[in-house]
Design a binder for this molecule. Sequence first.
Ligand SMILES: C[S@@+](CC[C@H](N)C(=O)[O-])C[C@H]1O[C@@H](n2cnc3c(N)ncnc32)[C@H](O)[C@@H]1O
Length: 202
Amino acid sequence: MQYFAAGVPGSFHLRLFPDSSIHFVHSSLCLHRISKSPEVLQNKASPAWNKGRIHYTSAPDEVVEVYASQFAEDMENFLNARAKELVPKGMMVLILTATPKGMPYSELPTGMWYDSLSSVLMDMAKEEIIEESKVDSFNLPYYAASVEEMEEIVEKNGCFRIQRMESSNQSAWMKGPVDIPVWVRHMRAAMEGMTLWKWGYG
Ligand SMILES: C[S@@+](CC[C@H](N)C(=O)[O-])C[C@H]1O[C@@H](n2cnc3c(N)ncnc32)[C@H](O)[C@@H]1O
């Protein structure tokens, strides 16, 4: 099979390629990244103020809803952009991190990690190593939708038809002993730059 590869600048939430120029789109483990941390999460007067946490894990419903609606808006932009770029009858295969419907995020491996990280940061704030306001203002721009949520977003958007969708079993991750040093290295590789940069310790 012959294909052309191109590196293009820009966000996948916006247009990247010319009209009707792509036959096949694949995105792997990227779309859980929302385009921004919604400002309302830092608004002290809002019920969605995400005080003492860095994600919607273990947060009130108002916080979860803010994340969910940012994800829905971003996916709508992604689908609209790709719909214009794909040729008629083009195809997309998307791999996203997901959450089983109704399962609290705190029961998933990454949720446990975000909870631990929030708690460590708040302890550091209590010991005045970092400022508490910096923890309050930091919200990880990650959202893991359920299969049902994705179905709803794609159907509402109307540009694509779902041919097949399935979720893998995340509970398999939790079986057997967890190699903590390996887990920590994995997480540092993904996150350390983001947190140190945000707090000005980089
Ligand atoms: C977890 S990595 C996945 C990388 C690779 N696709 C894979 O499967 O191993 C997520 C990637 O998404 C990119 N990314 C996040 N938001 C983006 C956006 N709005 N537009 C383009 N790329 C984005 C990040 O820079 C990062 O390289």
